[in-house]
Write a protein that binds this ligand. Structure first.
Ligand SMILES: Nc1ncnc2c1ncn2[C@@H]1O[C@H](COP(=O)(O)OP(=O)(O)O)[C@@H](O)[C@H]1O
Ligand SMILES: [Mg+2]
Length: 230
């Protein structure tokens, strides 16, 4: 369980200060699919970065099963991030000089997992092991990023607009892989999107506006990637 308590984050100072989070509290239960929904600039990415330890809040705490990661020093926080959480962004951030196998292997090694090949099969790239990122389509590159993130066997997968650079068909396919893998492996998903359709795939939808959570809603039924509108 992740518990964010009263997180405040301001960028810049004086006249140019931007109040990105104005005191946000949120509990993310194990194994859940949580979507952070809101317009551009509402603070979604900032909340994702703070929840995952990529950034520190100015005030407030972030507890993983009772351990406050904001109290960790920089080295321990970096180690925590490397070993415990996976990230997927709109851009794929694969290493361009390494093939699929080596990109995923690097992710696995961060957490000491030697059995990483299965996850490449699971995302449907078993026949693309020795392709470089530049030889893959956008959807295949995003699936390789998913494999790299999941090869760590994280407890939580954080995704920031993961389908933002993909066309509809490829976007649905990537979301379908994510939800199938979540069911198989049991990690939690925290996904940022501005697309209300994608929110229908979640257990819990956290709606943000202007640095605050304005509503938390539970979906009675989670739709599949092929049932939602686009
Ligand atoms: N590194 C940064 N420096 C300055 N301002 C930032 C930075 N990151 C985000 N902001 C500002 O904080 C607010 C929230 O941004 P963000 O969390 O990225 O929103 P969202 O992901 O919902 O679009 C915006 O006004 C944005 O311009
Ligand atoms: Mg954002």
């Amino acid at each position: 369980m992740i518990e964010i308590k009263n997180a405040v984050k301001t960028y810049g100072a004086g006249d140019s200060a931007t109040s990105a989070l104005k005191g946000v509290s949120l509990t993310i239960k194990d194994g859940e699919f949580t979507v952070l929904l809101g317009a551009s600039g509402s603070g979604k990415s900032t909340l994702l970065h703070i929840a995952s330890g990529l950034e520190r809040p100015d005030e407030g705490s972030v507890e993983y099963d009772g351990m406050d990661i904001t109290a960790l020093g920089d080295k321990l926080l970096t180690a925590f991030r490397r070993e415990k959480v996976g990230f997927i962004f709109q851009q794929y951030y694969l290493l361009p000089g390494l093939d699929v196998d080596k990109n995923v292997k690097m992710g696995a090694q961060l957490a000491g997992n030697r059995d990483y090949r299965k996850i490449i099969e699971d995302v449907g790239l078993g026949d693309k092991l020795h392709k470089l990122p530049s030889e893959l389509s956008g959807g295949e590159q995003q699936r390789a990023s998913i494999a790299r993130a999941l090869a760590k066997r994280p407890k939580v997968l954080f995704l920031d607009e993961p389908t933002g650079a993909l066309d509809e068909e490829t976007g649905r396919q990537v979301l379908d892989y994510i939800s199938a893998l979540q069911k198989e492996l049991g990690f939690s998903v925290v996904m940022v999107t501005h697309n209300a359709n994608i929110a229908e795939m979640a257990n819990t939808v956290v709606r943000m506006n202007s640095g605050r959570i304005i509503e938390t809603a539970v979906n009675e039924r989670q739709k599949s990637a092929y049932e939602i509108g686009w």
